[in-house]
Design a protein around this ligand. Sequence first.
Ligand SMILES: [Zn+2]
Length: 163
Amino acid sequence: MADRVLRASGAEVPVNVERIARAHGLEVTYRPMEETVSGMLVIKERRAIACINARHHPHRRRFTLAHELGHYLLHREQARVFIDASPIFFRDERASEGTDHREVEANRFAASLLMPEAALRELVGTGPLDLFDERAVQRLAMRFGVSPQAMTIRLAMLGLGGC
Ligand SMILES: [Zn+2]
């Protein structure tokens, strides 16, 4: 799904996640919320609104928005409200079974959208990147507009990071 979205929008980095979200019909708002809340997605009638915690770092806000877009594209038939807060993930209606699975999917979608595999492979080049080389990871993270933590996880998942 993330690849399809990127193909439609162009995948130059840093990926303009806000533009992509709006192009898919999501309204995007930023509000100061409690520290533990990253954001939420509310679907009502024909509107879908992603509300992102304005207090968080811009890189984290980008990831949260990409995560909410993931819920919207992948899970909107399953629930109308998604609240992303740590450590609890709340969802309306039906029981909580399947919630974790959806969170994993939304996170995977967000990582794939913000750190497109092809662009990442091109920048890393040959040989795995040393995941303990903080400056190298930081440099890549800045390039993609994500946190070093998100970048480290993505590199490890793609087998591009070693140590
Ligand atoms: Zn979520």
